[in-house]
Design a protein around this ligand. Structure first.
Ligand SMILES: Nc1nc2c(ncn2[C@@H]2O[C@H](COP(=O)(O)OP(=O)(O)OP(=O)(O)O)[C@@H](O)[C@H]2O)c(=O)[nH]1
Ligand SMILES: [Mg+2]
Length: 554
């Protein structure tokens, strides 16, 4: 069962779960056989939608090592059990029971199931993964208590639509409601629920996404109200889905899986009620028992993931410590998603980090060295972008990025100044940063994409008024020189003034000072080079014995 449940880590959190029964009678899978009794069926949480069956099958294959030969629906549980006993020990079989499957006697070979789907064309390859482009309807709530100067409901829904597009969904409509407080049962009022139901039936909608985080009860009540055949999810689970699609490294995958499981845990309620219904009420309470079992399994999985993440982080920390022992200052690029951080890193360092016009293109921090003309260099780190309404749990999940940020000498806040909501995006980033306890790290604000603004001179005037704001275009290279100079100036603020006598046989130390510090002057004396410079703290520490020597000699 533990093996089965590792499927959780492969399935997006927006997934409404249903039951699958998996037989484990494959003699080639000795490990499985020894852990789980042969010829027993195990419950799995799966995508319920028949169009997604092949995705489920792949997830199962990945997670369990089972050979997926056939998938389909079953008529009755007893039939399935009966049938399985007649089959030979050499077969492995996955049976999926789904209330989405209308045809009762369907038992298709995997490829046939895909080919026969009349909407096969809606499968799209995104980030190397096959995504079914569901028809999606967006719902927002404008609370009268909303903080002033926050995103308006229209703007927030527009961003949600962008997120949906990034996740590979097709947005077919949207609506919102003004409320003094959200309805605790259904988030929106009952009249609005009925209105949405009519719209989504007419538009053949498969998924309804709410712009705010919903509770387990609200999700359940809304699904019921919409007729049970529509998937209901929220902004958080949509972001988690995108992260899940985009996670490229082992650590990012672990982080996303953990965040998804933590999101699912409180929402694992009453998912199994269909079992009770199916059994004609004879096994009342079975749903609840199963939920307890599921929760326990999920908690165990969370524990395992946390341990695994810890060991990955330990390894990364050792690597970072090694990097910090080289006395080069670290500059981190932070900012709203899609602001142009990766493009800037690529243009300055020749890196090839994925940079595209989509939200959350970057999940893992990437660090590259920037070598400036006059010899002084620094390390530049690209980080995951922020977004408004970013759940704190998600911020916490991305500790890798946060650790990089908190150990930087300088933060560069990259802003897409061509965006109509640039100021609100800046505020949202500042809000996340303020939660990170990094107030002491100096910050440089950069207005990017100036090639896109219609009124460049006005923007430049405004930047000048705000003092210290640099206008650049990471795409055309405009202003990048000023940007690098501003970094040097800012880094100088965090550098320590030293005077040291570097012996002639320690030439490499002198090169390092030139490379990472700001040299005010050098003088060649009898025992070595007398140097006056501003250097990063680690290098200043390294130079302590030589600095003392200067004092003695004078
Ligand atoms: N016109 C213009 N487009 C830019 C500029 N900088 C970045 N872009 C575009 O903006 C989009 C987003 O760029 P990214 O570098 O991926 O943005 P990011 O901040 O790394 O985004 P996340 O990784 O999602 O947080 C891409 O299509 C870039 O080509 C710029 O200076 N001018
Ligand atoms: Mg990026």
């Amino acid at each position: 069962m533990n093996n089965c449940c590792s499927c959780f880590s492969y399935l997006p959190s927006t997934t409404k779960t249903t039951t699958a029964l998996v037989s484990t009678r494959n003699p080639n899978r000795r490990q499985w056989k020894s852990e789980i009794k042969p010829q027993t069926y195990h419950h799995l949480h799966l995508f319920p939608h028949p169009r997604w069956i092949h995705l489920v099958a792949r997830a199962l294959q990945d997670a369990t090592g089972l050979e997926v030969e056939q998938i389909g629906s079953m008529e009755k549980k007893e039939d399935l059990v009966h049938r399985s006993e007649e089959e030979t020990e050499t077969e492995s079989e996955i049976e999926i029971e789904s209330r989405w499957v209308k045809k009762k006697k369907v038992k298709k070979v995997l490829t046939e199931a895909v080919d026969e789907d009349e909407e096969y064309g809606r499968f799209k390859l995104k980030n190397g993964k096959e995504i079914f482009q569901e028809k999606t309807y967006l719902v927002g709530v404008e609370c009268k208590s909303n903080v002033p100067n926050s995103f308006s409901i229209d703007e927030s829904l527009k961003e949600l639509a962008q997120l949906a597009d990034t996740a590979g969904l097709i947005v077919v409509g949207s609506t919102y409601q003004r409320l003094s407080t959200p309805n605790p049962r259904t988030y929106i009022g009952s009249g609005k629920v009925a209105e949405i139901k009519t719209s989504i039936n007419g538009l053949d909608v498969e998924t309804v996404i709410f712009d705010d985080e919903l509770s387990a009860g609200q999700l359940r009540n809304l699904e019921k109200a919409f007729g049970g055949s529509v998937r209901v999810c929220d902004r958080t689970s949509l972001i988690l889905d995108i992260f899940n699609q985009r996670a490229a490294t082992h650590e990012a995958s672990l982080q996303v899986s953990l965040a998804q499981m933590e999101y699912q845990l409180p929402r694992l309620t009453k998912m199994w009620t269909h079992l009770e219904r199916q059994a004609g009420g004879q096994v009342k309470g079975m749903g609840e028992k199963q939920i307890e079992v599921d929760k326990r399994i999920l908690r165990t999985q969370i524990g395992i993931l946390k341990k695994e993440l810890e060991s990955v982080r330990l390894h990364r920390k050792q690597y970072r410590n090694r990097r910090l022992s080289v006395p080069v200052p670290v500059v981190s690029l932070v900012g709203y998603t899609n602001a142009g951080k990766s493009t800037l890193l690529n243009s300055l360092t020749g890196a090839t980090v994925l940079a595209e016009d989509q939200l959350f293109a970057t999940l893992d921090p990437t660090t590259r060295r920037v070598q400036v003309d006059n010899g002084r260099g620094f390390l530049l780190t690209d980080t995951v972008g922020f977004i408004q309404k970013l759940p704190t749990t998600l911020v916490a999940a991305f500790r890798a990025t946060l650790e990089e940020i908190s150990e930087s000498s300088l933060l560069v806040h990259v802003v897409d100044i061509s965006h109509p909501l640039a100021q609100l995006q800046m505020d949202a980033v500042d809000k996340v940063l303020s939660e990170l306890d990094i107030a002491s790290i100096p910050k440089l604000i950069v207005w990017n994409k100036v090639d896109k603004v219609p009124n460049l001179s006005k923007i430049k005037d405004e930047a000048e008024e705000q003092q210290g704001v640099i206008c650049i275009s990471a795409r055309t290279g405009d202003g990048v020189k000023d940007f690098l100079n501003a970094i040097q100036e800012k880094l100088k603020d965090s550098l320590i003034h030293i005077e040291a006598l570097i012996p002639y046989d320690k030439g490499e130390l002198l090169s390092t000072i030139h490379e990472v510090g700001v040299v005010e002057g050098t003088e060649y004396v009898e025992n070595g080079t007398l140097v006056k410079a501003h250097v990063p703290l680690p290098l200043a520490r390294l130079l302590v014995p030589l600095r003392q020597k200067v004092t003695q000699d004078r």
